[in-house]
Ligand binder design. Sequence first.
Ligand SMILES: Cc1cc2nc3c(=O)[nH]c(=O)nc-3n(C[C@H](O)[C@H](O)[C@H](O)COP(=O)(O)OP(=O)(O)OC[C@H]3O[C@@H](n4cnc5c(N)ncnc54)[C@H](O)[C@@H]3O)c2cc1C
Length: 434
Amino acid sequence: MNKTQSDRQHAHIASYYAAMQRPRALLGSLAGKVEAQVTIVGGGLAGLTAALELARRGHSVILLEAERIGWGASGRSGGFVSPGFAENIGAIERRVGAATAKQLHALSVRGVDYVENTIIAAGRSDIIGGRGWLHVSRSAKTGKLRAWRDQMVHAYGADMVFLEGGPLQSILKTDRYRAAVADQMPFHIDPLAYAELLLQLCLENGVCVFEGTRVNDIGRNGAAFVLNTRLGQVLSPNVVVATSAYGGPVRQIERSILPVATYVVASSPGGGRLADVIGYRGCIADQRRAGDYYRLVEDEKGLRLLWGGRITTRRSEPAQLAHMLLKDIRDVYPQLDGLSIEYSWSGLMGYARHKMPVIGEISSGLFALTGFGGHGLNTTAAGALVIADALNGDRSALELFGSYRAVWGGGALGRFATQLEYERLRLIDAIDEL
Ligand SMILES: Cc1cc2nc3c(=O)[nH]c(=O)nc-3n(C[C@H](O)[C@H](O)[C@H](O)COP(=O)(O)OP(=O)(O)OC[C@H]3O[C@@H](n4cnc5c(N)ncnc54)[C@H](O)[C@@H]3O)c2cc1C
């Protein structure tokens, strides 16, 4: 296969982010035998950050990516960077206790800071699109939202304000939302541009990166792991598996992850009309389970609406994806009737049953760094730092994830049960809105 064919075979899906990228030739795939102190499998944000931080700590690192860097969820996401995990803070407290929950939350904030500092230190503030997050509620029962805001402010030091009525409607021109909490810390980014920045930093720090290189299996040869690819082999005493929902080579890790799909569209440039209706440049997401999440993005053609929503455990993309999300947009903003969609795509998030990341040593030298669910932009960074510290001899943060191990996700039955639960929760949300 020549270089152009292999570029095409491992191309990104046709997302807005991919269209905004300057094309880059695929890095070479692995051929022959190589060795490294640490091998990372998977070139999403988790794998890239782990590779970079291990290289910065002096390890020799190889990163193997089946497609191309950022090809998975990392290069397709909504781009919201915020503290916390896919699991809500109440459930974390109940499982691990308030003290450990605080330590875990602090790690998640460390992840947010890491992303921002990395972007700023590289002089790439163009990757950041806007700041702040409006958590909007479609229900008139605002007690839960207020209680959550109070808890985050008083127990976790968040900077959040409660909004309703006129002040809220002057920002978002819709009568769908009854209340909101504005959080100051989050921001949004072009996630694919960020993945490319991490790649550049990895290469500058001596990481050997191979694209178009799927790891088919991992065996043992004495103290070293042997990773087999189509044309090559890596020998390494330490392996970090960061393959999320896209199928990894270690059965125990793969079986613990439930792939859940979600969808995103980007509109054609909508000019002043969009800015009149949506007067907020940060992240906006409604509080329903798998509700809408959206933001305004700007490129040389003007302002666009980037809108995500819905989740499903079905892997096939709906034929009418753009039409489906356009209906969701019009449901909130009927004034945007006539807006057209230029890009639509889907992506898979990897969820463990406990909805927390799976970060741990599965067997001596073999680490899992996966299961970030729909909240991976900060937690992949936080998790990667935890793994890098652990491989450097400091396991204190790794131990915080001891209650969240790689447990079987239930296979097809697990997917079915999750879909049922999602439909049940959507029904409760719909009733709440009445
Ligand atoms: C549409 C969408 C919207 C989202 N929005 C947000 C958001 O706004 N904010 C947020 O915080 N999170 C969001 N998320 C979640 C977030 O994107 C993920 O949690 C995060 O990117 C996961 O990163 P990762 O590196 O673990 O996995 P991925 O980015 O999926 O990377 C895994 C990589 O492993 C590679 N791979 C798999 N198997 C092999 C193998 N055998 N050999 C070599 N390579 C292999 C894949 O090709 C892939 O590139 C969203 C996710 C999706 C899909």
